[in-house]
Design a protein around this ligand. Structure first.
Ligand SMILES: *Cc1c(COP(=O)(O)O)cnc(C)c1O
Length: 360
C-alpha cells in the first residue's frame, strides 16, 4: 500500500486506522451480514453507532446537560443561514467579526435575514491577522456574536474568544477538537465534518438548548434546530455512513487522549513547520502574523509565483498533495488537521530544505 502525504484543506486526511476498520466492516458490519449503509436508521445496529457518536462527541467536547450534540446536513454553509434564521429575531442585531473568507460568507447570509453589525474587518489585511476582541463596539442587546475560530484560507486562528454578553456563536469547521475548549463560553458551535471529524455530508452542531426556543414557528420544520433536537438528529434520514465514520474518528481521538492529547501532537507538528520557514532566511515567508498562526492551516509564500508553481509541482512528484494555496490568495497552504500524521510534516520539511537548496 502506498498512501499519499495528504495536505488537503477539506475534505481532508482521515486516520488510516479508521479507514482500515471501515474497510474491514464494509460488507459485514458486526456480523449482521450487511454494511452499516444498508441498515435502517431506526434499527438496532445503526442506533448503537449513532448513540456512540453523540456520546463520544459530548465527552470529547466536555459538554454539560444544557447542551445538545446534533448531526445535520447542508454543511457549515447552511449554518451560515440557519443560525440567523433561528436566532436573529425581528428588530434585533447580530454582531459579526469579519476575519476572512469564511466569516464573509457567514455575514452575507445573515444580512439576508436581519441586521448585521460588523465589529471588525480584518478580511483584507496582509499579513493576515485578527482584531483585539476587547476593543470592539459590541451591540447592546445583540441577538448573538458570531466568530470564525479558524480561517482556513488565511491561516489564522483565534487563540482566545471574545467575552460577550450575547450568546457567542462559532464556526469551528476547520479547528473543531484540535484542542480543548470551554463549550460553556458558547451559545452554539458548528462545523462541517470534512476537515477534522470525518467525511463530508455531516455537519456538527452543538447548541445550548434554550436558544432553540427563539426560532419562529413559521420557519420550515427542517430548518428549526428544535426539530432535530427533539428527535436526536433522527427526524429524517441522517447521513448514516458519514456519522459512522465520524464515530470511528471520535474513538480514535479518545485513544489519543482526547482534545488535550491531540493538542500536544498538533502543536508539535505546527511548531516544526513554522520553525522550518522562519529558519529559511526569508525564502519561505509566513502569511499570518505570528500570534494568530493556525495550527491547522499553515500558509506561506515563496519569492515568486513561478517558484511557488514549481514547488507545488515538485511536491506532487513526491506524493505530497493539497499544497496549493486557495485560488483566491495563491501561495502555499499545508492543512495539517488532527489526522495528518507527523511523518507527513517531516517529509514536507525535508522537501522544503531540498527545494530551497536547489532553487534558493
Ligand atoms: C470549509 C469551511 C466552511 C464550509 O464548509 P461546507 O461544509 O463546505 O459548507 C465553512 N467555514 C469554514 C471555517 C470552513 O473551513
Amino acid at each position: 500500500m502506498s498512501r499519499a502525504y495528504n495536505f488537503n484543506a477539506g475534505p481532508a486526511a482521515l486516520p488510516l486506522e479508521v479507514l482500515e476498520i471501515a474497510q474491514r466492516e464494509l460488507t459485514d458490519f458486526n456480523g449482521t451480514g450487511m454494511s452499516i449503509m444498508e441498515h435502517s436508521h431506526r434499527g438496532k445496529a445503526y442506533d448503537a453507532v449513532h448513540a456512540e457518536a453523540v456520546a463520544n462527541m459530548g465527552k470529547l467536547l466536555g459538554i454539560t446537560d444544557d447542551y445538545q450534540v446534533l448531526f445535520l446536513q447542508g454543511g457549515a454553509s447552511l449554518q451560515f443561514a440557519q443560525v440567523p434564521m433561528n436566532l436573529l429575531g425581528q428588530g434585533q442585531t447580530a454582531d459579526y467579526i469579519n476575519s476572512g473568507a469564511w466569516a464573509s460568507k457567514a455575514i452575507k447570509e445573515a444580512k439576508k435575514v436581519g441586521t448585521v453589525n460588523i465589529l471588525a474587518d480584518t478580511s483584507k489585511d496582509i499579513p493576515t491577522t485578527l482584531p483585539d476582541f476587547d476593543a470592539l463596539p459590541y451591540t447592546k442587546g445583540a441577538a448573538y456574536v458570531h466568530v470564525t475560530s479558524n480561517e482556513t484560507i488565511a491561516g489564522t486562528q483565534m487563540k482566545t474568544f471574545p467575552k460577550t454578553e450575547a450568546p457567542l456563536i462559532a464556526d469551528m469547521s476547520s479547528d473543531i477538537l484540535c484542542k480543548p475548549i470551554d463549550v460553556s463560553q458558547f451559545g452554539l458551535i458548528y462545523a462541517g465534518a470534512q476537515k477534522n471529524l470525518g467525511p463530508s455530508g455531516v455537519t456538527l452542531v452543538v447548541i445550548r438548548k434554550d436558544l432553540a426556543e427563539r426560532a419562529p414557528e413559521t420557519l420550515p420544520t427542517m430548518l428549526q434546530y428544535r426539530t432535530q433536537m427533539g428527535e436526536n438528529s433522527l427526524y429524517n434520514t441522517p447521513p448514516t455512513f458519514g456519522i459512522y465514520i465520524l464515530m470511528l474518528v471520535t474513538r480514535w481521538l479518545l485513544e489519543k487522549g482526547g482534545a488535550a492529547g491531540i493538542e500536544k501532537i498538533n502543536q508539535a507538528k505546527a511548531d516544526k513547520l513554522y520553525t522550518a520557514f522562519d529558519n529559511s532566511g526569508g525564502f519561505y515567508k509566513g502569511t499570518a502574523v505570528k500570534e494568530f498562526r493556525s495550527t491547522m492551516n499553515v500558509t506561506w509564500r515563496l519569492p515568486s509565483e513561478e517558484l511557488e508553481a514549481q514547488f507545488i509541482k515538485d511536491a506532487i512528484a513526491l506524493k505530497m498533495s493539497g499544497l496549493k494555496g486557495h485560488r483566491s490568495v495563491g501561495g502555499i497552504r499545508a492543512s495539517i488537521y488532527n489526522a495528518c500524521p507527523a511523518e507527513a510534516i517531516d517529509a514536507l520539511i525535508a522537501f522544503m530544505a531540498d527545494f530551497q537548496a536547489k532553487n534558493g
